[in-house]
Design a protein around this ligand. Structure first.
Ligand code: SF4
Ligand code: SF4
Length: 444
């Protein structure tokens, strides 16, 4: 019998088994944190990984066995995906985890020790809380990435884009930094640039990198070229999607582990207004902080004196830790997966300004075909009311659009297309399709 005959109830059973197995893997972690199994850490880690694999297998099967792709039927019925009681509980657990991770890591105790074996293999030393967190993060991107590829298997754009974020997280943000530590080198992350990697260009980091020999000089040059040369060029040709949906670790987590929550983004006009104030406020803050620190250094400490450390601590604590970590990921089940990208990321702010005013990227709409079903708006993780533009046949040229392409994929009428073309007619409906230079489009 064809798989698309699988009933919704049976598909939901797959989803429930996946959720229950995931919960069991969390119980393993909680037991480890409580100090149980110190002597059996290898066994517990193995059990944890096996449970994660089973949870992934059931979730992937659920999507493969569904005749629809993407199958969004669970987003309304599932409590965890519709801000039900389980969703709130999950949000609280995630948030508490982040608070403990940042400020009370000693409470994690045996949970960190679970990861001693992989840490010793990769880095030549016992795990700390950040290695454990990096492992969780990478597992989430890779395993949920496999799930996302099953969900969007009908779209080459999504499959390749998901493989891209999995690659950058696994190789550049996990394996390479670990191997550098193994060889007693500085732990460098080559897929993050200023201002997302906010202290990369601060005087203290620059001084430290210049003392690290060739590798430090390479990392600094790489960061400067990517920040000031490659980023503007790539954003001009492809919009901010080249980074936010193909490379960035925060975006990678949002597109994989956060994908089931994408419909929870706030679509109201007031959210759009708050978003613009907040994200540009954070951008101003990091630019001002960086400039002041350099001014202070050049003036031999005469400008800020000891106050400069207050600036750096303020940014690191409130933006780097609370906003991007605790709220950015902890609130996935409540506010969707792009809270940080939408309201706080200074990198997204810069890319967005350029995308809005100086880029070839736009989403074109064939308004005559739109049936106003609202799918596009509902599944836009950045809270853009896509339908509003589609109904009017207007191109979508929004600073916040990360070019994920899901709006186009869920549209039943093929109204929306992500395109890169010449600037003429970019904002209106006079876009001439034959002049466009497209990369992979959703639906291809
Ligand atoms: S408008 Fe479409 S491509 Fe842009 S962020 Fe929203 S869903 Fe993704
Ligand atoms: S999903 Fe397509 S048909 Fe439905 S409102 Fe959006 S553009 Fe219109």
């Amino acid at each position: 019998m064809r798989t698309d005959m699988m009933t919704t109830d049976r598909l939901d059973t797959f989803g429930r088994v996946s959720g229950a197995t995931l919960l069991a893997s969390f119980v393993i972690l909680a037991l480890a944190a409580a100090g149980l199994g110190y002597s059996q850490s290898g066994l517990l880690l193995g059990l944890f990984v096996v449970l994660l694999l089973i949870a992934t297998a059931f979730s992937v099967s659920r999507h493969l066995l569904s005749g629809r792709h993407p199958d969004n039927s669970d987003s309304v019925r599932s409590s965890v995906l519709s801000r039900g009681i389980v969703g709130w509980l999950f949000g609280v657990v995630l948030t508490v985890f982040y608070v403990i991770l940042y400020w009370f890591p000693h409470l994690l105790g045996g949970m960190v020790a679970l990861f001693d074996l992989p840490s010793n293999l990769l880095r030549g030393k016992d795990a700390d809380q950040w290695f454990m967190y990096g492992t969780f993060y990478t597992l989430a991107v890779v395993l949920m990435g496999i799930r996302a590829m099953a969900r969007y298997r009908g779209s080459r754009y999504h499959v390749i884009r998901t493989m891209s974020v999995m690659f950058f997280q696994l190789i550049l943000a996990f394996i390479v930094p670990s191997i550098l530590v193994l060889f007693r080198k500085p732990e460098l992350y080559f897929s993050y640039f200023w201002p997302l990697d906010y202290d990369l260009l601060w005087p203290s980091s620059v001084e430290q990198l210049t003392q690290e020999g060739f590798l430090g000089a390479f990392a600094l040059t790489w960061g400067i070229i990517l920040t000031f040369v490659a980023t503007p060029i790539l954003t001009y040709f492809f919009g901010k999607r080249w980074y936010c949906s193909w490379v960035c670790g925060c975006g990678g987590l949002a597109e994989t582990a956060g994908d089931p929550f994408r419909h929870l983004s706030d679509k109201r006009l007031v959210a759009w207004k708050i978003e613009r104030w907040m994200i540009h406020g954070v951008l101003l803050l990091i630019v001002a902080t960086t400039l002041l620190l350099w001014l202070n250094t050049l003036a031999g400490g005469a400008v800020l004196g000891s106050v400069s450390s207050g600036f750096t601590q303020f940014y690191g604590f409130y933006i780097g830790a609370i906003f991007s970590g605790v709220i950015g990921v902890g609130f996935y089940p409540l506010m969707g997966a792009r809270v940080w990208c939408r309201f706080g990321c200074p990198m997204a702010a810069i890319l967005g300004i350029q995308q809005r005013f100086f880029s070839r990227f736009r989403i074109t709409t064939n308004g005559g075909q739109c049936i106003s079903c609202g799918n596009c708006s509902k599944y836009c993780e950045m809270g853009i009311d896509v339908r509003w533009y589609a109904q009017r046949g207007q191109n979508i040229v929004r600073a916040s659009c990360v070019g994920c392409g899901v709006c186009a994929t869920v549209c039943p009428r093929g109204v929306l297309k992500l395109e890169n073309g010449p600037g003429d007619g970019r904002f209106g409906d006079g876009f001439v399709a034959r002049d466009s230079v497209e990369i992979l489009r959703p639906g291809d």
